[in-house]
Design a protein around this ligand. Structure first.
Ligand SMILES: Cc1ncc(COP(=O)(O)O)c(C=O)c1O
Length: 376
């Protein structure tokens, strides 16, 4: 029997480092505003008079409405449920969908919960592995080869953590359309979907799904990544599948029951001003991409990467003498610099997760350059 709640390797690794990190080169979040900076964006501060009672289980109606509008015109507030981080929504979704095990098609490397929980629930996993040599890109046939009558779930995360790959619209459409015949759910983990070089309101994902497919789609989002608010612990699940939505909320009632009311209010303000926040955050990412391309050119004998089309993350290949785990440990303990080896996300080899969202990126690169020179 599988041991439930096996510890997550990436969290175990960072906790065991037992050192203060000054530069996080693997952060998956955009730059964060302070509480004061967020409050300064909003003139209507009437929410400060609200009593700090429990929130409702499904979550604040006005925030759910904002999320529905930002997701697609095909959704209304009733289709949105709030969770304490999208991590909680993932747990509820997988427990609701994989009641009888079934088969799951997923990508690895990945954000660990997306496959670990399926595995621990006894599902049979078909894993698709993007390759550096193919710019991490995937084909439709990578997925369709595994679809059969036992398929319960296809998990798509685009822009992808940790490769930075974007799954083509045509692939997403085709997999969603095929769900009608084979009756599986397509889980779209869209946590960094608003981080891309186009206008902040443009969406990377197709938004006009056919009405007969809408019940098979579960879209997940969160405050932490593109918006840069990991300290506002709010995630969401959007679906027109009322049965799945209700079951997920029943499972949530075993966990947080409801979100923090203060977090809901902060999230509402951030959502109201998201265009300004995203413009600022996305500019930092674009500037860091340019900077990093020059950095890779300068060190091309040891470094290689593929510039991500969207999202906050990419994988960096480093040729050096230590094992990735030893190298990362040394960077953390000698230089207070965090650069996570990709094996923590399910990919062996000389790869490391690179986060592009932070405004101190240039300082972190200076420290990293010094560490690389000394490690030779
Ligand atoms: C792809 C992906 N999904 C979900 C999550 C969970 O986000 P949160 O911890 O903010 O709930 C993360 C966090 O890193 C992630 O990268």
């Amino acid at each position: 029997m599988n041991f439930p709640f096996k510890p997550f390797a990436h969290l175990q690794f960072t906790q065991a480092l037992n050192t203060t990190i000054q530069y996080n080169l693997s952060d998956s979040c955009a730059e964060s505003l302070s509480v004061q900076q967020l409050l300064d964006l909003e003139t209507d501060q009437s929410f400060l008079k609200q009593p700090l009672t429990y929130a409702s289980i499904q979550g604040d109606e006005r925030l759910r409405e904002e999320i529905a509008v930002a997701t697609s015109h095909q959704y209304q507030s009733m289709h949105v449920s709030l969770y304490s981080g999208v991590q909680e929504a993932i747990f509820c979704a997988l427990n609701a969908i994989l009641t009888d095990g079934g088969e799951v098609i997923a990508i690895k490397p990945c954000y660990p919960s997306l496959v670990e929980i399926c595995h621990q629930l006894g599902a049979k996993l078909h894993i698709i592995e993007p390759k550096f040599e193919q710019q991490w890109n995937l084909e439709l046939s990578d997925f369709t080869q595994f679809i059969n009558t036992k398929t319960r779930l296809i998990i798509l995360n685009s822009p992808h953590n940790p490769t930075g790959m974007v799954i083509d619209d045509s692939i997403q459409y085709a997999l969603i359309e095929a769900s009608v015949k084979n009756s599986y759910t397509v889980l779209l983990d869209e946590v960094s979907v608003w981080t891309h070089p186009q206008t902040p309101n443009a969406k990377l994902l197709p938004n006009n799904h056919k009405t007969d497919t809408l019940k098979n789609i579960l879209r997940l989002g969160v405050m932490s990544k593109s918006l840069g608010f990991p300290g506002i612990r709010i995630g969401w699940a959007v679906t027109q599948n009322a049965k799945l939505q209700a079951r997920m909320l029943e499972i949530k009632s075993y966990l947080s029951i409801c979100c923090s009311r203060t977090d809901e209010q902060f999230a509402r303000i951030a959502f109201k001003h998201r265009q300004k926040i995203l413009e600022h955050n996305n500019q930092i990412v674009e500037d860091n991409k340019k900077l990093f391309n020059s950095f890779v050119k300068k060190h091309q004998r040891v470094l290689a990467w593929h510039t991500p089309k969207a999202g906050l993350l990419s994988l960096l290949r480093i040729e050096q003498r230590l094992t990735p785990t030893k190298f990362s440990t040394e960077l953390a303990q000698k230089y207070q610099l965090l650069l996570l080896p990709s094996q923590l996300f399910g990919l062996d080899g000389p790869y490391y997760r690179l986060g592009l969202g932070k405004s101190n990126f240039v300082d972190a690169l200076n420290v990293f350059e010094k560490a690389m020179i000394l490690a030779k």
